[in-house]
Design a protein around this ligand. Structure first.
Ligand code: ATP
Ligand code: MG
Length: 382
């Protein structure tokens, strides 16, 4: 599956040829929209892993070529079609980059990373949506010090929409949606359990008037369950950041989150190692939870280690008082600022993306928004 377009590479015309020799050595030719596509490594891993598992295969090699303009146009048309098929109803603007913050296990700092990254974006003057997908374990409202309530409004077409709670930080803005802004306590939230876990997330995607946003960060519940699968279906363009602690054992659990993402074709941007080490007042560093987990996870998953957030009392107190540490000073704040900067400038740099399928998807969505949808055709529709 092309991680960005959500279609299989045969359907997209990217699988150009397969040769199998008598010893079971397989050579597969894959055409990319551009040879510098940042998704190349993931496509290679997926193809090799799947083909290597087939009976009789002794080895797999991949060869890359680049599509010609007509082929690119056909992929573009296909992408438009898929976008329309798959994201029906989602109210997230095409230009918004959607990032889920996930982990294999609980308590590693997903919510802390979500609110602090959002705050770091806002400090740069950006608008970030924060969707608390931890329906019954919500913590985002407390961490941001919000006590507002989600309001409803009727659109001019008579549709009911939910209005996010707006929270300004510096010259930027957060748009927050959480079950905690609907119910009064976690007990009431528990009553929703099971009944509508996925439906709640779907509501939050489809029935919220999100409006313009540079980023939408989704704080995932712990584990690799239904919500993640549902989200992959509802928002196939979402990308994932995996949070882990430096403990090597934690890293093994986090691998599950990566595997889950790959199975549901979500692109994994990279790893954030949280609670990396504690520096005492005298300047000595204590790696309380060990070292190497983030690096090891990044290596196993073949993605970058994006940040190492130190263990700092201000992360916890900031979460409790509703003033994220990223709005203040110190090493943890610096680490969140650097993470935001990296995501903006490096993780998917505009230069790398130019002409690659990921960028095409944005163009396709923009075209759809402009009411310019057309069916794909085998002759290379534009
Ligand atoms: N870098 C850090 N330094 C100090 N404390 C931290 C740090 N990161 C998180 N914490 C604290 O650890 C606890 C767990 O963090 P958080 O709630 O963000 O994790 P989570 O992965 O979202 O948990 P859950 O799985 O329950 O949703 C919180 O009390 C938080 O304040
Ligand atoms: Mg959480």
């Amino acid at each position: 599956m092309d991680p960005e377009l959500g279609s299989d590479i045969v359907d997209l015309g990217m699988a150009k040829g397969v040769q199998v020799d008598a010893d079971g050595q397989v050579l597969i030719t894959v055409a990319l929209t551009t040879v510098g596509c940042p998704l190349r490594a993931q496509i290679k891993r997926d193809v090799v892993a799947l083909v290597a598992d087939l009976p009789g295969v002794s080895g797999v090699r991949l060869e890359w070529t680049e599509m010609n303009p007509d082929e690119k146009a056909a992929v573009m048309a296909r992408a438009r079609w898929n976008v329309r098929d798959q994201e029906q109803g989602a109210e997230i603007p095409a230009t918004t980059r959607v990032i889920t913050i996930s982990s294999g296990k609980g308590g590693v700092g997903k919510s802390s990373v979500t609110v602090n990254l959002a705050a770091a974006f806002a400090k740069r003057g950006l608008t970030a949506g924060v969707l608390d997908a931890d329906i019954w374990g919500f913590s985002v409202p407390r961490m941001l010090g919000l006590d507002g309530r989600l309001a409803g409004e009727l659109t001019s077409e008579g549709e009911k929409k939910i209005v996010p709670v707006i929270h300004t930080i510096g010259s930027g803005m957060l748009k927050v949606v959480s079950m905690g802004l609907l119910v009064d306590d976690e007990e009431s939230a528990l009553m929703w359990r099971g009944l509508m876990l996925n439906r709640a997330v779907q509501h939050f995607l489809e029935d919220v008037r999100w409006g313009d946003m540079d980023y939408l960060l989704i704080d995932m519940p712990p584990g690799t369950g239904d919500v993640q699968m549902g989200l992959a279906r509802m928002l196939p363009r979402a990308e994932m950041i995996v949070v882990t602690t430096p403990a090597l054992a934690a890293q093994k659990v986090a691998v599950r989150a990566v595997n889950m993402a790959r199975k549901s074709y979500l692109r994994v941007i990279g790893v954030v190692e949280n609670m990396s080490s504690l520096t005492c007042d005298h300047g000595t560093r204590y790696p309380l939870f060990g070292t190497g987990g983030g690096q090891e996870l990044a290596r196993t998953a073949g993605v970058p280690l994006l940040a190492q957030i130190p263990m700092e009392a201000s992360v916890a107190t900031g979460g409790d008082s509703g003033e994220p540490v990223a709005t203040g000073q110190g090493p943890a704040s610096d680490a969140f600022r650097a993470l935001a900067g990296k995501l903006i400038e490096e993780a998917v740099s505009p230069v790398q993306m130019a002409g690659c399928s990921a960028r095409m998807l944005e163009l396709a969505e923009a075209a759809l928004d402009a009411g310019d949808a057309e069916a794909p055709s085998s002759t290379g529709a534009r």
